[in-house]
Design a protein around this ligand. Structure first.
Ligand code: GDP
Length: 320
C-alpha cells in the first residue's frame, strides 16, 4: 500500500530529524516528550515488547522486537492503552494493531488507512476575504493555519507548497486582517489566517485574533483541522496557550505544528523538545484526548512530508 511505500522513504531524511526516524514506541526518549499524565505509562525501561505486524496491506506478518532487555513484559492491550492515551489515532485505526512503523517521525501521529497522495503539485491563490462569510463556498476540505506573528507561518506555507513567497500576508499590526485561501491540487484549501500577538500592538489588538477568527472557526463546516503553529524554540507563551485552550474547549479539530525545531542551541532556555513537553503539559486540561502534534523546521525541511501525509489522511477521511 502507498502509505508504507512512503514510510520507507523516510530513511532519506533521517539525518535531518531531531528524533529517531523510527520512534521507539516505549523508549524513555519518546516518553520524555510526553505530558506527565502519561508518565505512569508505559513502565520505565528496561522492558520488553513484541509487536505483531498484522497489517494486511503491508509486508507479510513478522515480529519486531523492541529494546528487549528484561521483564516486565506488557501485553498488547497495555500497548493499546498507551496508544489511546498518548498517540493520535486517525479514523479507521485499531489501537491493537498499531505498530511503531505506523508513527510519523517527530510526532505522536499514527498513520492510518486513509493516508494517501500527499504531494503538492499545484497551488493557486484564490483570494483574500475580509470577513469569514466572504470565504469560498465550494466546500472543499480546508486546513487553517494559525499562529503568533513571527512563528514561521509564511515560511511553513512556502515550504509546504515548495514555492517562494506564496504567503504574502500583511505582517504589520493595524493593517487589514485577511483570510487567504490557497487551492492545492484543485482539491483542498490551505488557509492562511491573520497572525496574532504582534509584539508592538496594544493588548486589545493582540487578542483580536479571537474576535476575527471565532466566526470562521465555529461556522466553517469544511474546516478539517486547525494547524496551530507554536514556536518550539521558546518556552510556552501565554497567548499560544490561551489559543490552544480556547480551541480545545470548543472541541475544534487541531494539530499542533511546532515550528523552528532546528534551533537546538538556545542559550537562553530549553531545547525544543523540552518546550514541546511543557506546552502539552500546560494544555492537557482542555483536551479529552491527546491532540496530534508534529515537529517541523522550514530551514531543514523536518516534518514537511510527514505533515502533508497527516493532512492527507484527515482530508481523505473527511471526503468519505
Ligand atoms: P510569520 O510571521 O509567522 O509568517 O513568520 P515568518 O515565516 O516570516 O518567519 C519569522 C522569522 O522566523 C523569519 O526570520 C524566518 O526566517 C524565521 N523562521 C521561520 N521558520 C523558521 C524555522 O523553521 N527555523 C528557523 N531557525 N527560523 C525560522
Amino acid at each position: 500500500m502507498r502509505v508504507f511505500g512512503v514510510l520507507s522513504s523516510y530513511q532519506d531524511i533521517q539525518s535531518t530529524m531531531l528524533m529517531p526516524a523510527r520512534i521507539r514506541l516505549f523508549t524513555h526518549r519518546f516518553s520524555s516528550l510526553l505530558p506527565s499524565s502519561s508518565s505512569s505509562y508505559p513502565p520505565p525501561p528496561p522492558f520488553s515488547l513484541t509487536f505483531r505486524t498484522s497489517l494486511s496491506h503491508s509486508a507479510p506478518p513478522q515480529s519486531h522486537h523492541v529494546s528487549a532487555t528484561k521483564t516486565p513484559k506488557i501485553s498488547i492491550s497495555d500497548s493499546a492503552k498507551f496508544v489511546r492515551t498518548v498517540l493520535f489515532l486517525p479514523p479507521g485505526t485499531d489501537p491493537e494493531e498499531v505498530t511503531e512503523d505506523m508513527i510519523l517521525p517527530g510526532s505522536n501521529i499514527v498513520l492510518g488507512p486513509y493516508a494517501g497522495e500527499a504531494k503538492v503539485k499545484e497551488v493557486q491563490f484564490m483570494g483574500s476575504s475580509i470577513r469569514p462569510k466572504d470565504c469560498p463556498k465550494d466546500e472543499r476540505p480546508e486546513f487553517a493555519m494559525l499562529g503568533r506573528s513571527n512563528v514561521g507561518k509564511s515560511s511553513l506555507i512556502n515550504s509546504l507548497v515548495r514555492k517562494k513567497e506564496v504567503a504574502l500576508t500583511s505582517k504589520k499590526p493595524g493593517k487589514t486582517q485577511l483570510i487567504n485561501h490557497f487551492l492545492v491540487n484543485r482539491s483542498w484549501y490551505l488557509v492562511d489566517l491573520p497572525g496574532y500577538g504582534f509584539a508592538n500592538a496594544p493588548e486589545s489588538a493582540r487578542m483580536d485574533w479571537s474576535a476575527f477568527t471565532k466566526g470562521y472557526f465555529l461556522n466553517r463546516e469544511s474546516l478539517v483541522s486547525i494547524l496551530l503553529l507554536v514556536d518550539a524554540s521558546v518556552p510556552p507563551q501565554k497567548i499560544d496557550l490561551d489559543c490552544a485552550n480556547w480551541i480545545g474547549r470548543n472541541n475544534l479539530p487541531m494539530t499542533i505544528v511546532f515550528t523552528k525545531c532546528d534551533k537546538m542551541k538556545n542559550k537562553m532556555g530549553n531545547r525544543p523538545d523540552e518546550n514541546i513537553k511543557s506546552f502539552q503539559e500546560l494544555i492537557k486540561e482542555s483536551y479529552k484526548i491527546h491532540p496530534p502534534w508534529i515537529m517541523t523546521s522550514s530551514v531543514t525541511g523536518l516534518g514537511r512530508d510527514e505533515l502533508l501525509l497527516h493532512m492527507s489522511q484527515l482530508r481523505n477521511y473527511w471526503d468519505n
